[in-house]
Write a protein that binds this ligand. Structure first.
Ligand SMILES: Cc1cc2nc3c(=O)[nH]c(=O)nc-3n(C[C@H](O)[C@H](O)[C@H](O)COP(=O)(O)O)c2cc1C
Length: 391
């Protein structure tokens, strides 16, 4: 087995706690180690990796703690690995959780993608690559993504682009990487706070264009700020049928981007996201209104910390559940073998919890009853059909 372990997450950030926007040459980090010359996008990716590590808090509480599943004392089930096997957009997988989008573009990202892909292959779980928009400007960056396909020739891979990635690039990525689906990330908060971010958020037309012109399913995905009902309806109207709500509660890109700004002037946006749990309720309402005609397939991600959060996501209507920084930090701080052990444990626990909550299959988890903490109840009341009388 290849062993990939990183002992210092900040060496590549130009000082993740310092002002990094002003030093973009990327040639020297001052640690005496030879560095590749990095483009702006590749350097940003390395800064994100370092800051995601710096801010990671495995213990942080989030809205999943306010969802209390009700367990049957007599579940009447047997634990079985078969109960959680499923298909991830046509590819058989051993579990409904997957490694969500993170890296690509730099040589460090390539090492990470290779290691994540080996873990995904060994455990038969799906994996999303980080944004490959960089390939439109730097075609040689393709190798930092295709390494994942080389390590995992038959597994479920997802390609990730942004709404304005040129269609030719998206098609090239689909041809070369043979993904099960393409994720298009929408990240208005991140772009606004990102020092060099986009200021044009008119994305719907571009998203529809990608969906109409690629031959694999298209998933529209946030990056940690969640989805409101109206945006979900706009996506449905535009022909999109799969959404990864990627809500708040885990990695916080407002915080990450703010710390890349010399003035740190967006610190007040830390709490701007809609949580994953609230976003799942939003998706469920939209699907209820929609009836049975072409509902959204919903993916949960953002702040999924443990196998119980996976079960809660499924109980709230998700079909798949993405985990990003939690898995990345196991890899970066403890190495590939530790991530293997973690994924083995997650598969075992998800199967165990499925039986514990009385379900014989992933679909039956949707029938698990639960009650909610007061903030969630208040959110549902204030955004529900009777909100007008309340506000
Ligand atoms: C280092 C890092 C890089 C990321 N890069 C991307 C990306 O390129 N595209 C994307 O859609 N999401 C990206 N994300 C966001 C994740 O896919 C996910 O939506 C978010 O981190 C919330 O999940 P988590 O709380 O499990 O980390 C990135 C996350 C991390 C930690």
């Amino acid at each position: 087995m290849h062993e990939v372990m990183w002992t210092d997450g900040t060496e590549d950030a130009g000082g993740a706690g310092g002002s990094v926007v002003s030093s973009r040459s990327g040639v020297s980090s001052g640690n005496g180690r030879a560095q590749e010359p990095l483009s702006r996008s590749a350097r940003r990716k390395n800064e994100h990796l370092a800051l995601a590590r710096k801010f990671y808090d495995a213990e942080a509480r989030n809205d999943f703690d306010e969802v209390h599943l009700i367990r049957r004392t007599l579940p009447g089930t047997t634990v079985s690995a078969d109960s959680i096997r499923t298909e991830f957009f046509g590819v058989p997988v051993a579990a409904p959780f997957f490694i969500n989008a993170m890296t690509g573009g730099s040589s460090k990202s390539a090492e990470i993608n290779a290691a994540l892909a080996r873990v995904a292959a060994r455990h038969h779980i799906a994996m999303a690559l980080g944004s490959a928009n960089i390939v439109s400007r730097e075609p040689e960056a393709l190798a930092t993504f295709s390494v994942a396909r080389e390590e995992n020739p038959d597994g479920a891979l997802l390609v990730n682009v942004n709404p304005t990635t040129p269609l030719d690039t998206v098609k090239l990525l689909v041809r070369e990487l043979k993904p099960a689906a393409v994720q298009v990330h929408v990240n208005a908060v991140q772009e606004l706070v990102m020092p060099e971010g986009d200021r044009d958020f008119q994305w719907l037309r571009h998203i529809a264009n990608i969906a109409e012109n690629v031959e694999v399913p298209v998933i529209v995905k946030e990056v940690g700020f969640g989805f409101d009902e109206h945006s979900l309806e706009l996506l449905l109207d535009a022909g999109i049928r799969i959404v990864d709500v990627a809500g708040a509660g885990g990695t916080n890109f407002a915080r990450i981007e703010n710390s890349r700004r010399s003035a740190r002037d967006f610190d007040y946006l830390d709490g701007i996201g809609l949580s994953t749990v609230k976003s799942l309720f939003n998706a469920r309402r939209v699907n209820r209104r929609q009836g049975h005609s072409a509902p959204l397939t919903v993916i949960a991600s953002g702040g999924v910390r443990n196998p119980l959060d996976v079960i809660k996501s499924l109980a709230l209507g998700a079909k798949f559940v993405g985990v990003s920084n939690g898995f990345l930090q196991v890899l970066r701080t403890q190495g590939e073998e530790a991530l293997d052990e973690a994924v083995t444990r997650w598969v075992d626990h998800v199967a165990g919890l499925t039986a514990l909550y009385g379900a014989r299959s992933l679909n039956e988890i949707r029938d698990v009853h639960y009650y909610l903490g007061t903030d969630l109840v208040s959110y549902l009341e204030q955004t529900g059909p009777h909100a007008a009388q309340l506000l």
